[in-house]
Write a protein that binds this ligand. Sequence first.
Ligand code: WTA
Length: 652
Amino acid sequence: MAFASKDVTKHNLPTRNYFWPLKRYQDMYQRALTEPKAFWAEQATLLDWDKPWQKVLDWNPPYARWFVGGRLNASTQCVDRHFKSWRKNKVAIYWEGETGATRTLSYADLYHEVNAYAAALKKLGVGKGDRVTVYLPMIPELVLVMLACARIGAIHNVIFAGFSAQAIADRVNDSQSKIIITSTGGYRRGKILQLKEIVDEAVKMTPGVEKVAVVKYTGHDAAFNPEKDVWFADYMDSSCSYVKPESMEATDPLFILYTSGTTGKPKGILHGTGGYLLYAAKTMQWAFNPKEESIWWCTADVGWITGHSYGVYAPLALGLTSVMYEGAPDYPAMDRWWRIIEKYGVNIFYTSPTAIRMFMRNGEEWLANRDLSTLQVLGSVGEAINPEVWEWYCKYVGYENCPIVDTWWQTETGGFMIAPCVGIQSYPLKPGSATLPMPGIDPVVLDPDGNESAPGKTGFIAIRKPWPGMLLDVYGSPELYQQTYWSRFPGYYAAGDYSMKDQDGYWWLLGRADEVIKVSGHRISTAELEHAMVGHAMVAEAAVASKPDDVKGEAIVLFVTMRKDVEPSGELKKELIKHLRTSIGAVATPEEVIFVEKLPKTRSGKIMRRVLKAVASGIGIGDVTTLDDQTSVEEVVQAYEELKAAATKTVR
Ligand code: WTA
């Protein structure tokens, strides 16, 4: 046949280039920027709405309200709609306790439990708009209580179970919670965390708390005060199988989560219902490309934003199966996590650089006998991932077969801002770069004067347009909201990080530009630590800086001057460390305490932070010509030399 004998290389058709680099991603990105309302309206069909919105976005800077007039309930999105589908018997959560106890919750189980908890909360007097403080270990009840709050329209305020009594009290008082939900305890590295005891301490400082509802988990005898304490189980009624979900406005608050900023007091970041949920779910799809059958594991504690968005809300809204693990990564041995991945056949694994560095330091032999071949995508969050750690993660955990999704975002942003969009299109990754912005995110690098920086130049990262996951407000403090995020560069959301965009448009996140320290990925402000430290009767002044740490990323270095007649000693040092741990929590433990006669200050009395940092990190003072406040270079150098001398002489 003539047709068959034709030379296929000889034709007159034009050459077609089927390889369009980044085409799919770029088209979507462009559309989200140029037609944000149409774009987000299309995306919003991912959720089931009780009532459609009238307005996609109401942008009244600095307040953005998404899907105005629309109504939905977050627990319905995460539970009911799956319960009513074939997913009813699909596993929602594989839970594993530190002791090896396990629980498997299907979407049907989740449905029954969330309803039962919602009924119990109502019986406890919790209603729509009430704030509920939750202080629980990583057990399923934590998720159930969050969803039960969402079901009845209450605002949950989850506090990481490593925080101290004082830290709880501050957050309870600021959020005006009348109820705290806790458990008898939890397990960590083989020991019992005395959570109830810590709450009892906190309650002495929270006059507004009427009830403490306790989940029985650890079997030990926890103190019980009949005046305020109740067993949660006593309020659960098995005959009550359905609590009608409150139909919430998309713009109604879903939760408060406290985080550190530049002030001494943590800020209550307030997130909404519709925009937040949609943004968390969509970004999870775009970044990680989960399939219906994927097993997802986000190792973050639910007490942090990562656990809220990608441990609870996004995977459940998408009807996925997640793993939830209670305990320490190295308990009883350094291979616990790898055993969990193997046991449950985890496909997508999302963790922090701190954890990876710890594993790296302990050697790849811990992975040698494990089969991690089910893994398809790996994620990282919390701080920048160093390229050599990226490589190690890629090689030993991902068998060089999984993209590494480095996600840059914040408590305030609700979901990923910059991360590879594996779910939209695969494109080259650069170890150490979070790559490209999510659709709808318009970041810029600004110089200190607010002008846009050229590619390759380091500056402050700011966001030009609102996005659905953006915080609603700082709870109880619109001034703080305005001042913290919108005053540094008027018209832009200032994230507080240094960043650089390279010639290819890839983003490199270079750490905090403000006085926030990241210890093992946990956010702590120097002001918060200093404020807690001067609360000690013997301390006159305190200043905190950080130094680089191979595992934790950054470690806390504390400089203190003592009151008159107080002699520095090893005992005193221990006492100061203990004071910080009880004021904030174990994350606030300083690596070094340096006793000094005086702190380095400028003429107007401001602490010379660069001098502290230079001494703490051991890097040296370098170029000091740009210091303000008319303090001369000689004065700075002298302050540096004095502080360095004091540091070498300090009591060890
Ligand atoms: C830092 C955690 C570099 C950053 C989700 C940010 C990162 C702060 C990354 C927010 C990353 C988080 N690369 N830096 N992939 N992810 N950060 O509120 O400094 O606990 O401002 O939210 O963590 O911390 P937060």
